[in-house]
Design a protein. Structure first.
Length: 298
């Protein structure tokens, strides 16, 4: 990667200052923290630097997204008036991507709506492992010229390789995880498979293990997102019952609702690793170098 510093400013919010500062250090962009003030009625006021250069990058993960989307609208519009000519959004986690069709009459297709909203604000978007299943590219969901996707699976698999000395078996908790699991397994020549999942609600799932030899093996459950933890916990419990020597978990996006980590631990998971797409105690792999490389390529 070139060591020539980029010209421009990286804007972030205080809760993501650490990871944004790391990105600024990698790129040479100047870091500026957006100030926020909340009024008693819930409205938010944001304050940016008084003047901005032509190139501005905004780092904002969109977990717990609703208020953040309003903040992004305020920041992006204000940045244009303060001198920004090219705006890049680095959103390691993208919200509202799951609802990509109307499953029932009258449902809003949030992927199209939020995607168009972001495309109206930014010239480029960088994200990691977005939840896209019925569209082929991120650009279909967010119609900007530069819509870039980074893969968390290779980063996680390289970390797993440093932590597991025995023969690794990668397992995805459901069929949708196959693309991440297969990519990670190919990188290190590991065997892999995925569970079959039947969901009865947000917190009720039935899991069927793949027909692979499990007994005595080091198994790693891998997925793009972990939220309630129920799918991972059920899969881990079944793997333990099947005789797995160890069960670890590696995820790109550590959303983890309250109680999720405890649930997974109680099911027999030994170690829990995630990328720093979302700040969490399980963060073990940094996406910053990959993001910095994409920023340099713009």
């Amino acid at each position: 990667m070139s060591s020539v510093p980029l010209s421009g400013v990286l804007l972030c919010f205080d809760d993501e200052r650490t990871v944004a500062q790391a990105c600024a250090n990698h790129t040479g962009l100047a870091l500026a923290v957006v100030e926020r003030h909340r009024f008693p009625d819930g409205e938010v006021k944001v304050r940016l630097p008084a003047a901005l250069p032509p190139r501005v990058v905004v780092w904002r993960g969109l977990h717990q997204p609703n208020e953040k989307l309003v903040e992004l609208m305020l920041v992006a519009r204000a940045a244009r008036t303060l001198g920004a000519q090219h705006l890049t959004l680095v959103a390691p986690y993208l919200a509202y991507m799951r609802q990509d069709i109307a499953f029932n009459p009258g449902e809003a297709v949030s992927q199209r709506i939020v995607g168009a909203f972001l495309a109206d604000l930014f010239d480029a978007v960088i994200t990691v492992d977005p939840h896209l299943h019925r569209v082929a590219t991120l650009q279909e969901a967010i119609p900007v010229r530069d819509a870039m996707v980074l893969d968390g699976a290779p980063l996680l698999s390289d970390h797993i390789a440093t932590q597991c000395t025995a023969d690794v078996l990668l397992i995805g908790p459901d069929e949708e995880s196959l693309q991440w699991v297969a990519q990670a397994a190919r990188r290190h020549g590991w065997e892999h498979g995925v569970c079959r999942k039947t969901r009865h609600g947000d917190r009720e799932v039935d899991i069927e293990l793949p027909t692979l030899a499990v007994r005595g093996r080091a198994v790693v459950l891998m997925d793009d997102v972990a939220s309630s933890g129920h799918t991972l916990a059920r899969a881990a419990a079944l793997l333990r019952e099947a005789g797995a020597a160890s069960v670890d978990v590696a995820v790109t996006h550590a959303l983890f609702a309250e109680g999720a980590v405890a649930l997974i631990r109680e099911a027999g998971v030994d170690r829990l690793w995630s990328t720093d797409c979302i700040p969490h105690p399980s963060n073990a792999v940094s996406i910053v170098p990959a993001v910095a490389a994409r920023l340099r390529g713009l």
